[in-house]
Ligand binder design. Sequence first.
Ligand SMILES: Cc1ncc(COP(=O)(O)O)c(C=O)c1O
Ligand SMILES: Nc1c(O)cccc1C(=O)C[C@H](N)C(=O)O
Length: 408
Amino acid sequence: MTIVPASKLDAADPLARFRSRFVAADDPAVVAYLDGNSLGRPLAVTGERLASFVDGAWGRGLIRSWDAAWMAEPVTVGDRLAEVALGAAPGQVIVADSTTVLLYKLIRAGLSVRGDRDEVIIDRGNFPTDRFVVDGIAAEFGLTVRYLSAPHASGVRPEDVTAVLSERTALVVLSHIAYRSGFIADMAATTRAAHDAGALMLWDLCHSVGALPVELDACDVDLAAGCTYKYLNGGPGSPAFGYVSARLQEQLRQPIWGWMGASDPFAMGPQYEPAAGIRKFISGTPPVLAMQPLKDMLELIAEAGLDEVRRKSVALTEQAIALADELLVPLGATVASPRDPAERGSHVTVDHPLFAEVTAALWEQGVIPDFRPPDGIRIGLSPLSTSFAELERGVEAIARELRARTAA
Ligand SMILES: Cc1ncc(COP(=O)(O)O)c(C=O)c1O
Ligand SMILES: Nc1c(O)cccc1C(=O)C[C@H](N)C(=O)O
């Protein structure tokens, strides 16, 4: 395949203008940032946003800002996230906690309405935190974990789930986009299969949110959680989000009964009375400071349009695969991500036994993909901040380092 030069692709890219909205996007010390799927770049307005928060709502509003704004923010920011990126009606998303903690709370909540069932399905390729949380809950409550070993190297298909669903299945926990291969699971068909067996479905959206349109309501999803520090550029440790379908909120009981999820936190009452609606999934004080940066990224995504973001994401991953085929495969590397763009999220993984040491050498030079065991370099492509030139420089550097180690 002939590779289209990066300069041509960047010149024709309608989203290219957004790159300058990020801090130091053209700083020559960072030759290629290909890890926005672990930690997105900060927006240039984030510094101002935080400074004015410190000076204003915090510095001058002081404790009064809880009433004036902050109490509402886990839900109002959640509603905006739901609208811009999750295909969810208002009142179903909160911003709180970490992904891990929300996974725990939502899995326990899901199990609270399937008490007669004793199995949870998860796949072996899922991110460690998802597997560990499921294992921990299973150990705590004597449940059986049914592990799916995806027969397709890249990810889990609806028929793989159907094959193990039974009248014992309480909940299915999958990642919508697999953290290693980038495989996109079929959200609608898999959720339907879980429901047909009487189980609930929980999706981890860490690698999806902000990278492609997600349709939680239309897919009839029960529960979902994800982080905001990847394609939502919220910053290191920015809070997670949780989605609980409106049709389930009344029945579900979450396990961490905190005062901020109570119906009247300042009544200081003797007993926990859960708040109505999505608020009851909050536990302690919401991380208000840490949710400020993502507000601006949501507006940037709304301005660019999520369909356009996805279109560029596909173009970037197509180009990554073309470059890998030309420069890395002849050196013995293999593409571990799906070749069909419809089945691929916004990163491409390429495997080679020497990639651990190659990655370490690349980081020293300002070329920053990441390494995932046993032997994969993940090339993460953030459509609003990654340029085609940056991608090309990155893959060329990987090839250079690999060639230096494989030349006879
Ligand atoms: C699929 C997936 N789930 C969860 C996490 C992380 O969870 P937490 O935000 O709690 O660190 C990550 C990445 O760190 C991830 O890729
Ligand atoms: N959350 C991370 C962190 O705190 C430090 C370093 C990396 C991360 C990540 O996001 C890893 C990422 N979720 C992955 O897909 O591997």
